[in-house]
Design a protein around this ligand. Sequence first.
Ligand code: GTP
Ligand code: MG
Length: 370
Amino acid sequence: PEAITVQELAKRMGEKGADLVKALFNMDMMVTVNQTIDQDTAELLVEEFGHTIQRVSDSDVDIQKEVDSDPVETMRPRPPVVTIMGHVDHGKTSLLDALRGTDVVRGEAGGITQHIGSYQVTTKGGDKITFLDTPGHAAFTEMRQRGANVTDIVVLVVAADDGIMPQTIEAIKHTQAAGVPMIVAINKIDKPEANAQKIRERLLEHDVMVEAMSGDVQDVEISAKNKTNLDGLLDKIALQAELLELQARPDRPAEAIVIEAQLDKGRGPVATVLITRGTLKKGDNFVVGTESGKVRAIVDDQGKQIKEAGPSMPVEVLGLGGVPDAGEQLTVVENEQRAREVAQYRREKATETRTALAPTNFDAMFSSMK
Ligand code: GTP
Ligand code: MG
């Protein structure tokens, strides 16, 4: 039994409250504009005034998010997504620079990472690995959490001269909460004061038991600076990825997760997304949160425009109607009209849930009349 006030109903119908009260009086119902009427009475009134009722439910308008898993025979292996986490200055970005042969650190303000970087690396064996670089600074908890939640594997970077620090512990907690396997990379072993064994021992206090301590968490000693043992780390990532048997269906409309998004001066709203399944193509219509869009360009991690992007690829998407929130899902739909319809519906729902007075059933029922 849903209820709505006469006033609210009148507002939605674009009629005067007094006219509704009059009509109700003729139907032998004595109510004032501030009183509520039930759903059946509301429907009668709507028809009486010559409006058509269009019942809409979430499942009619919004995208079905049910367990529409892809058939096994359509699944193909996909690259692992690996998030690098750890305390500030422990060498996360340096490690990725060493792996990619780049120098991102030099371009960072104060050498501090302030956003999530996303890159794809091809190993000597030809396998691809997607890396997400997260900030270690205390202020960026939310980004670390997001990083842990979209990833298959976490590489925890701990500087051997500094040891377990507050954001090391925080990263461990995010990883454990996300239920993601971890590999510990003990970095800066080139430093004379490096003490890798102490780190292994201290990790026990945080329920991280590395293999050397007879646990099952892999650990590896590296130096990002001297590029020591990076292949060893890549091997351990490959081993862990193999155990996970990561798969996704490539030949279907794409779904992706927004890693971050911003308004770019020249290019408009830009979202960095990670493809979770399907293949994203230029010209695809999509909805992401309460925004719709049409893929105008896909840019890879080298800044190169590409025609399409498959599972586990991190890419920039241009052609959004607005800036979506990080963590939101991007879903490709049949056509432009559908994309707009879903985005519009979600926007209305978002405002409606803020209107405490309005019961959801009525919201859905009359949303098409606006
Ligand atoms: P945030 O992103 O701000 O959390 O820092 P980060 O973890 O990305 O650290 P970054 O890569 O910026 O490195 C911090 C400092 O440590 C830089 O001065 C690096 O040159 C130095 N560094 C990184 N790796 C090594 C290493 O293996 N050995 C030595 N000696 N120095 C290193
Ligand atoms: Mg960094």
